[in-house]
Design a protein around this ligand. Structure first.
Ligand SMILES: Cc1ncc(COP(=O)(O)O)c(C=O)c1O
Length: 448
């Protein structure tokens, strides 16, 4: 462990920079999700492996990894080398061989990926698959799920359902649902939400009821195959298979949003892990190990609406050579030596998750981590039960104990949010340090 870690975390330069940044940047930062009320952001100057350094010289053990992307840690040599090599060769947006090489690598590992297009962000990848699903089926509506986050599109962000018999959401937020408040936005196109149904995930009956009443309206079913963004719920046994079967029966397109699970839950993503193949899938974050790149891919028959140019899937920077070089280097690093790096990531994540759950059982803050070793999510459950559905997490002030734990960890130099992502660069010593800081935080929280 680095000895400088727990030095006072003075952020004199950081505070001064925040004031300067606020003069030219709304809220002093580039994403609302990095913002907490009354909280001065940390401005980083550098990173190496699992560690970050801020502009005051403080060092942090990083379990955020930029909200997930830096799957190989910071400044991974193989990716840096590949980017420099590519930069020297060519870095303009034309059709290049490296695009094919990157698509081939994705196709080699991801079951549904017969055809692949690249984009620049997860949000863009998601809008493309929604459009493809609508064009392929000739239908209008996308089914989405409470507690899932699929990017910033007007029709996919927030909203509340008034009539469960026709679960089309409308603008608003639920008092008992912190996530619906976080995900609500002003300024969306007035009728955007009328293009989706919003129902409970991990509830096959709810989906079957919806299909039997409105199947002819449903173009696609869009889900995070693990509910990573809230509570970290795993799919119940048989759920994904059941959804697959319903989509087949009613002629709807099954879409897995693998922006977080992709290249974190294994090289084949959640679809490889669970053995359920969607028609379309999106990737982002870990795909470029920190370089801004995303992908949408799927079965040839479905993706062919793009091949036939019935669907426009454009973008100036799609398939940028630097992004493609990052994808190739990332996948090669994760896959080499029979997936040794990915196996190490899983082992380090498992050590962390098991250790945290042991501490939570001992100190009883009613917290637990759920999900999978590459990206654990903190969940609050007063009775200590596993959370399997979003409805179970409603009506409790879960953000208070979760916020206290996350704040305590951040104050002790552990960078994390409600999600903790592990990278290939984390080692057992890092995990031990994180667990020591967690114990310290829990002692403070519980007065033990
Ligand atoms: C599951 C999921 N889908 C899509 C997105 C959107 O990706 P991006 O932020 O790259 O637009 C995110 C971002 O956190 C995500 O978690």
């Amino acid at each position: 462990m680095n000895e400088t870690v727990i030095k006072s975390l003075d952020k004199v330069a950081g505070k001064a920079h925040y004031e300067r940044a606020c003069q030219v940047i709304p809220g002093g930062m580039m994403s609302n999700f990095r913002r907490d009320e009354g909280y001065v952001p940390t401005y980083y100057a550098g990173g190496d492996g699992a560690w970050l350094t801020d502009i005051d010289g403080n060092q942090y053990l990083d379990y955020s990894l930029g909200y997930g992307p830096s799957v190989l840690g910071h400044n991974p040599p193989a990716v840096t080398r590949a980017l420099i090599d590519q930069l020297k060769r060519f870095s303009s947006c034309e059709s290049t061989v490296v695009q094919t090489e990157a698509a081939e690598r994705l196709a080699a590992h991801v079951a549904c990926a017969e055809l692949v297009r690249f984009a620049c962000s997860g949000t863009e990848a998601v809008y493309n698959v929604c459009r493809i699903a609508r064009a392929h089926t000739g239908r209008g509506k996308i089914v989405r799920f409470n507690g899932h986050y699929d990017g910033g599109l007007d029709e996919l962000l927030g909203g509340v359902v008034a009539d469960q018999a026709y679960p089309v959401p409308h603008q608003g937020e639920r008092e008992d649902d912190f996530f619906s408040q976080l995900a609500n936005t002003q300024g969306r196109a007035p009728h955007a939400l009328s293009d989706v149904f919003l129902i409970e995930w991990n509830d096959l009956d709810a989906l079957e009821t919806l299909f039997s009443a409105h199947g002819d309206e449903i173009a696609g079913v869009l889900m995070e195959p693990v509910m990573v963004n809230v509570s970290g719920c795993l799919p119940m046994p048989g759920y994904l298979e059941g959804v697959r079967e319903l989509c087949n029966r009613y002629g709807a397109v099954l879409i897995f949003d693998e922006v977080i699970t992709g290249f974190r839950m294994g090289l084949g993503g959640a679809q490889g892990h669970f053995g359920v193949t969607p028609d379309l899938a999106t990737f982002g974050k870990a795909l470029g190990a920190g370089f801004p790149v995303a992908a949408f891919c799927g079965r040839r028959e479905v993706m062919d609406v793009v091949t036939r140019t019935e669907v426009i899937a454009g973008g100036t920077y799609n398939g940028h050579p630097l992004a493609m070089a990052a994808v190739c280097a990332t996948i090669d690093e994760l896959a080499k030596d029979d997936g040794a790096a990915m196996a190490h990531l899983q082992a380090m994540g498992t050590l962390l998750g098991e250790g945290l759950n042991r501490l939570f059982a001992q100190y009883e803050p009613h917290l637990r981590v759920q999900g999978f070793p590459g990206a654990w999510t903190l969940a609050y459950e007063p009775e200590g039960k596993a959370i399997v559905r979003h409805a179970q997490a409603l009506g409790v002030d879960s953000h208070l104990p979760i916020g206290a734990f996350v704040g305590g960890m951040q104050g002790r130099g552990i960078v994390m949010q409600t999600r903790m992502c592990t990278s290939v660069a984390h080692n057992a010593e890092d995990v031990a340090h994180a667990l020591a800081m967690a114990e310290d935080t829990l002692r403070e929280m519980t007065g033990a």
